[in-house]
Design a protein around this ligand. Structure first.
Ligand code: HEC
Length: 143
């Protein structure tokens, strides 16, 4: 059988090679779904998801609520290792406390009052924002 444009045997070789490559590619990529953690799941986990159930803003504490939240979302830029961007260090109570003066940290996570929305390039979920606000209102205690 001849295909009309196949004038030379080398062209047939190229055609066969292309078919083989396509089949191999399909075979290899299809394996992704069968073993190991599904790709994309880890990515999804980094987005802020509002926790199930009501948002607890009453019993927020620095050690259990605020610092873990800052560790997760802020210290990559606001710590000694992260370069203390804009002179802001959020890795320990004393320097975090300094950023509660004038509600600076609250305005930052709200993206309000002329302060750039933080985390830079994204936004905490509303529960997390409310928890920071509540902790500052309760006196920004080291609790
Ligand atoms: C990817 C890096 C990055 C992350 C993560 C990040 N920031 Fe920032 N932060 C910046 C940059 C850049 C600025 C300076 C922005 C500007 O001046 O417009 C800044 C400035 C600030 C300021 C000072 C704002 C002012 O004008 O006084 C505060 C407060 C702040 N960030 C808090 C936070 C908090 C809280 C988080 C976590 C919820 C956070 N940042 C996460 C990069 C980051």
């Amino acid at each position: 059988m001849t295909i009309f444009w196949l004038k030379r045997p080398s062209q047939l070789c190229i055609l066969i090679a292309l078919v083989v490559i396509s089949v191999c590619t399909l075979y290899l990529t299809s394996c992704d779904n069968f073993s190991g953690p599904a790709r994309g799941i880890e990515k999804k986990d980094t987005t802020t998801i509002i926790p199930a159930g009501p948002c607890d803003t009453a019993s927020v504490s620095y050690s259990k609520t605020i610092q873990p939240l800052l560790d997760k979302n802020c210290i990559s830029c606001h710590s000694d290792a992260g370069g203390n961007i804009n002179g802001v260090n959020l890795s320990a109570y004393n320097t975090v406390r300094r950023n509660t003066i004038g509600n600076r940290i609250v305005f930052a996570v709200q993206g309000s009052d002329g302060i750039t929305q933080m985390p830079f390039g994204s936004r905490l979920n509303e529960c997390e924002i409310a928890q920071i606000r509540s902790w500052v209102r309760q006196g920004a205690l080291n609790n």
